[in-house]
Every structure is written in structure tokens, then in C-alpha cells.
Design a binder for this molecule. Structure first.
Ligand code: WTA
Length: 647
């Protein structure tokens, strides 16, 4: 094995950091030994209408899982993200909006955010939205997306954001899944110089899920056919809306938002986060993990349609009174230097992106980076998938000039915020490792076969968490049984992450990727079951099996094995049609990289598809297929190897 280098933070960095090595140790130990005291203190980061006296009430035991934090506390999220900053920083920029067009940007102050959020909350009220109602957001990356989120929290409505890259079919499923009363959208979403027809997609979705009223933000001003009584113009309603909307007092355990995410089986599930614990976790990790200081410019390049955008574009930064940058475009438009141009233009201090973006930009060399002055950068972050050491080193040397700490943050939609992560002034990093647990986190590595916890320092197995933290999801919306089954039934008494993990001799954690049938394509999480069900919905397809395979830029690619109905012809035209079909059913992010015709799939005698074999063939590693003697018809494997696509 090549020797792994360790990168300690510089003395200069440590001097100004919120947390150094000693403080991390002290705080971490306290969070574990005295959680009540620790979290009573940390809860003071938020402004409470009624401060909590009951701190933690958690039961991880199967099947009675129940998770409550600060359960008698009362607060309002929009007050914490906006109102409480007005006296001290009303004129400070809250949001820097960088549009798709590099010539257009805006600085929006906390005062202005307050005005917009109050008005938009009143608009929602006028459309009949009240506490507890669900509102779907299907939005471009524009400030109105943040206003809509905060407007929901102001009146106690529960938002469910659907990534704007999802298809009308996927949108319809999420609208009916949460029984939404309103869709907030825009006429179009400009990205990379092209416009996605959001409103037209909403129309198509409503043809599937039934009529739900829409509030349409005029982003491009295109005529999108507003339907009387069903579609409402944002501009028109905002012009009439009153500027003051009193905040709804919410219990800490009232739902804040639903966010659909993929699992190993079935359709995506609605991850439910609640008000107090989530907000505290987002705010606290944002400050500590990025070493955010007052006045810094923070940029998370995610989309608000993913959890990273929820926690680190909107809730964490705004709860901390930060300046958060929101970028509408893509890293390669108008050219591959866009990220660095934006960092230079807005003097970004903390930059947070996904390994897939780093790998894609790395392919264009150092010149597009070196053209720009990146001296404002202080901390670099990554999230979403394991980062390979080559990409880490490039990020460190080319972007960070070898002097900025890199925080490789491991977490999930389910965890609300960072779980395993370096703290930049405290924890020396190693390329590819998410290093150590954040405060309050007790990781455990379990043997996947026996379910026993491996207590030796050096260990490899599946990653579980032994106790709750405030930002943990509370349930699957409308299906608590599914929540318990998904996360608490395989390894009783633990939260099971679905990830494989290794712990080294220094106690550092190295995520090895999903151990279930979830794949990670360009940092987008996807269930292979979803792609399979899209494929078999096509009339020509009789059976499909989908697996991930290693992909240089995307991390993982999508490899589909497809068996056709009797009498259908295996043609290249049909392959193209199926590829388009999946894009239409789910969205462009689910576009198959390879479709292999499979006259037969490897199955056990009881009919179970042996995915292990399909994965090996997709990885082009068919020499190591292991035992195939239990297959009903071993000859199908030879055919699949012979005709594999990834040679
Ligand atoms: C993967 C994104 C390695 C992991 C915040 C996890 C990572 C899934 C990392 C969650 C990381 C996320 N290193 N793998 N730093 N961060 N993952 O729900 O497999 O979209 O389970 O949340 O992404 O994806 P999700």
C-alpha cells in the first residue's frame, strides 16, 4: 500500500479557528458523557419562544423506535434565520445570487429577505395554506426558492422540494405522496444557457396526479399558459401581499420538511425532519465544520433540491447570520472556469462541492483554475460520495494551493447534516477519509454477517450509529413502519446507514460506498429499483436488472440488463428509446450509461436475481464471479460476459 499522508492544519489557521484539537476532544467527550448538559447549552444557539427543558428522549430499540429532541421547546425557523438578525445585520447581505448568466448577480440583504418571506407567507395563506399543510417546491436556483422555504416555515407549512431536474412523472409521484396543497414553481429554469420548462412539467405532472394549484414565479417571463383559478402569478400576488406575517410558534418536534430520497427497495421515501433538532444541527455544523466566521462569504454549490442545499445553502448559513451564495448555473457554463470565476468575483471564503464536479473540472487541467485569484478561500469542502485521493490532491494543490484545509464531510439526507467530518482547525486530514465523528456522534462498525460490533480500532464492515443526534430524521412521512424497517431492523439497536466503512489505526473512518442497491451517480443518490421499475414500465421490456459500475467522472454509472418481451426485436433504436424512456420517467440524472440485452438473467433456483454476478460483469471483473453453481441456468452468465458493454 502506498503511504497515506496526513495533512495537519497550519498554525495560522489554528490560531483563528473556532475549534482546535484540544477543544474538539473536550467538546466531543462532553457531548458523549453529558448529552443533557451539552445539548442544553448548544440549544442556546437558537432563539426559542419557549426554551426546551426536556432535551433528549430517544429509543432505538426495535420495533419501538422513537426519536425526540427538545420536545417541549417552541420556536419558529424563519425567526431564527431572518428576524433575529435584523437588529444587528439588517443591511448585511444574506444571499448573493449568481445567475446562470455570468453578467447578472444580486446582493440581497437580511431586511430584503425578511420583506420577501413575510409577503410570500401571506401569499401562501391567501391560497389557503395553513400549519401542517404540504407545499411542493419545484424551483430553479433563485432567491425565491429560499423565500418559499422560509415562508413555509413562517406559517408552519411543511415543504417538500423536488429537484428541478426530475421529470413530470417523478414530480407527480412526490406531489401525491405528500398530498401537497400547493406547488411553487417558475415559468422556466435557466441552466447552462438552456431553459428547463418547469411550468410545462408541472402541467404534465398534474395530468398524472390531478389538479393542485401552482404559484408561478416569473423567472424568464415566457408565456407559459396560466390557467385561471389553478395557476397564480407570483408577481401579481406579491404586489398585493401585506408586509407583515406573524410567525407561527412551532413545537420543536413539529415537521419542518419532507425530502424524498432513494433507498434499496421500492419507490423513494419521504424523509421527515423536524423543527428544533434539524435547525440546531444545520447551524452548528455549518459554523464549526466550515469554521465560518462573521462576515465570511460561504458557497455551497449544491441544488436546494437536495439535502445539501437545504442544510448548507439555506438553513445553516441563514440561522448563523451568514452570507450565503446561491448559484443558478452549472460549473461548465459559459466555460469550465465558472466556479473559480465566481469564487474570485464574490471573494468566496468557504467553498463546498461534490467530488464528481472536482473530477470533471480536473479533466480540464490547472489553467482554468490558475487564471483566477482564489486567495479569498479559507476552507474547501466535499460531500456526496467518496473522494478518490487523486481528486483530493488536485483540489488541495490546484484549488487550495496546498494551504487550505479540506473537509470531506460524510452524511446523508437522513442525518440532516454532517456526521463524520474533519473540523478544519482540529483534525488533521488524510485524502479520502471523512476522519472522525462530529459532536454527539457514536459510530460503530458492524460485521454485516453476524451483526456484531467490531470494537478493535482497525475494523471493516457496515457503518452504524449507536445513538441519536438532534438532526436525525424522525420518520418516513406517513410510514413509520418503513422507517423502522429500513434503518433499525437489520442491526437491532443501531441506526444503519447503508454504507460500508473501514476504520484505520488512528480511528479514522473511510467510507467504502453503499452496501445496498443504492447507487451514487454524480453525487445523486438513486435506487437501482427505481430505474428497474421505469424500464419494466416500457411495453417492450419483460425484465430488467440495474447495477452501478465505477465511472471516472460520475463516481458510478448506470448499467442496465434488459430482457424483452417475446417477439420484440433487440435493436439499437430500441436501446435509444429505452434510454429516453428512463429520462422521461425519472429525469436526465437517471440516464443509463449502458444497456445490455440479456436473453436471460442469472437467477437462483428460487428465482432471485443474483446481482452480485451482474455487478461483477458490469465492473468488467468477471474473473471473480465466485460460486455460480446455485444458478438455475449457468449458461446465461457466459452470454452476459460475452456481450458485456464495459470492455
Ligand atoms: C454518500 C448527501 C463518502 C454515502 C449529503 C451516503 C459519501 C450517501 C459522502 C448519502 C462522503 C455522502 N464520503 N460517501 N463524504 N457523503 N456520501 O442522502 O453513500 O444524497 O450514504 O446525502 O452519499 O446521499 P444523500
Amino acid at each position: 500500500m502506498t503511504e497515506i499522508k496526513t495533512y495537519p492544519p497550519s498554525a495560522d489557521f489554528v490560531k483563528n479557528a473556532h475549534v482546535d484539537a484540544a477543544k474538539y476532544r473536550e467538546m466531543y467527550d462532553r457531548s458523549i458523557n453529558d448529552p443533557e448538559g451539552f445539548w442544553t447549552e448548544e440549544a442556546k444557539r437558537l432563539d426559542w419562544i419557549k426554551a426546551p427543558t426536556k432535551i433528549k428522549n430517544v429509543d432505538f430499540s426495535y420495533p419501538d423506535v422513537s426519536i425526540k429532541w427538545f420536545e417541549d421547546g417552541e420556536l419558529n425557523v424563519s425567526v431564527n434565520c431572518v428576524d433575529r438578525h435584523l437588529a444587528t445585520r439588517g443591511d448585511q447581505t444574506a444571499i448573493i445570487w449568481e445567475s446562470d448568466d455570468p453578467e447578472v448577480d444580486r446582493h440581497i440583504t437580511y431586511n430584503e429577505v425578511s420583506r420577501q418571506v413575510n409577503k410570500m407567507a401571506n401569499v401562501m395563506k391567501s391560497l389557503g395554506i395553513a400549519k401542517g399543510d404540504r407545499v411542493v417546491l419545484y424551483m430553479p436556483m433563485i432567491p425565491e426558492a429560499a423565500y418559499a422555504m422560509l415562508a413555509c416555515t413562517r406559517i408552519g407549512a411543511i415543504h417538500s422540494i423536488v429537484f428541478a431536474g426530475f421529470s413530470p412523472e417523478a414530480l407527480a409521484a412526490r406531489v401525491s405522496g405528500s398530498d401537497a396543497k400547493l406547488i411553487v414553481t417558475a415559468d422556466q429554469a435557466p441552466r447552462g444557457g438552456r431553459n428547463t420548462p418547469l411550468k410545462a412539467n408541472v402541467d404534465k405532472a398534474r395530468a398524472i396526479c390531478g389538479d393542485v394549484q401552482a404559484l408561478v414565479v416569473e423567472r424568464t417571463g415566457e408565456d407559459v399558459g396560466m390557467k385561471e383559478g389553478l395557476d397564480h402569478s407570483f408577481t401579481a400576488l406579491m404586489a398585493e401581499a401585506a408586509e407583515d406575517c406573524p410567525p407561527e410558534p412551532m413545537n420543536a418536534e413539529d415537521p419542518l420538511f419532507i425530502l424524498y430520497t432513494s433507498g434499496s427497495t421500492g419507490q423513494p421515501k419521504g424523509v421527515l425532519h423536524t423543527t428544533g433538532g434539524y435547525l440546531l444541527w444545520a447551524a452548528m455544523t455549518h459554523e464549526i465544520v466550515f469554521d465560518y466566521h462573521d462576515g465570511d462569504i460561504f458557497w455551497c454549490t449544491a441544488d436546494v433540491g437536495w439535502v445539501t442545499g437545504h442544510s448548507y445553502i439555506v438553513y445553516g448559513p441563514l440561522a448563523n447570520g451568514a452570507t450565503t451564495l446561491m448559484f443558478e448555473g452549472v460549473p461548465t457554463y459559459p466555460d469550465v472556469g465558472r466556479f473559480w470565476a465566481v469564487c474570485e468575483k464574490h471573494k468566496v471564503n468557504q467553498f463546498y462541492t461534490a467530488p464528481t464536479a472536482i473530477r470533471a473540472l480536473m479533466a480540464h487541467g490547472t489553467e482554468p483554475v490558475n487564471k483566477h485569484d482564489l486567495s479569498s478561500l479559507k476552507v474547501l469542502g466535499t460531500v456526496g460520495e467518496p473522494i478518490n485521493p487523486e481528486a483530493w490532491n488536485w483540489y488541495n494543490e490546484t484549488v487550495g494551493k496546498g494551504t487550505r484545509p479540506i473537509v470531506d464531510t460524510w452524511w446523508q439526507t437522513e442525518t440532516g447534516g454532517h456526521i463524520l467530518t474533519p473540523i478544519p482547525g482540529a483534525i488533521p486530514t488524510k485524502p479520502g477519509s471523512a476522519t472522525l465523528p462530529f459532536y454527539g456522534i457514536v459510530p460503530a462498525i458492524l460485521d454485516p454477517q453476524t451483526g456484531a460490533e467490531i470494537t478493535d480500532t482497525v475494523a471493516e464492515g457496515v457503518l452504524c450509529l449507536k445513538d441519536s443526534w438532534p438532526g436525525q430524521m424522525r420518520t418516513v412521512y406517513g410510514d413509520h413502519e418503513r422507517f423502522v424497517k429500513t434503518y433499525f431492523s437489520d442491526f437491532k439497536g443501531y441506526y444503519f446507514s447503508g454504507d460500508g466503512c473501514r476504520r484505520d489505526e488512528d480511528g479514522y473512518y473511510w467510507i467504502t460506498g453503499r452496501v445496498d442497491d443504492v447507487i451514487n451517480v454524480s453525487g445523486h443518490r438513486m435506487g437501482t429499483a427505481e430505474v428497474e421499475s421505469a424500464l419494466v414500465a416500457h411495453p417492450a421490456v419483460s425484465e430488467a436488472a440495474v447495477v452501478g459500475f465505477p465511472h471516472d467522472i460520475k463516481g458510478q454509472g448506470i448499467y442496465c440488463y434488459v430482457t424483452l418481451m417475446d417477439g420484440e426485436e433487440y435493436t439499437d433504436e430500441l436501446k435509444t428509446e429505452l434510454r429516453n424512456w428512463v429520462r422521461k420517467e425519472i429525469g436526465p440524472i437517471a440516464s443509463p450509461d449502458h444497456i445490455q440485452w440479456a436473453p436471460g438473467l442469472p437467477k437462483t433456483r428460487s428465482g432471485k436475481i443474483m446481482r452480485r454476478i451482474l455487478r461483477k460483469i458490469a465492473e468488467n471483473d468477471y474473473g471473480a464471479l465466485g460460486d455460480t453453481s446455485t444458478l438455475a441456468d449457468p449458461s446465461v452468465v457466459e452470454d452476459l460476459i460475452e456481450n458485456r458493454m464495459n470492455k
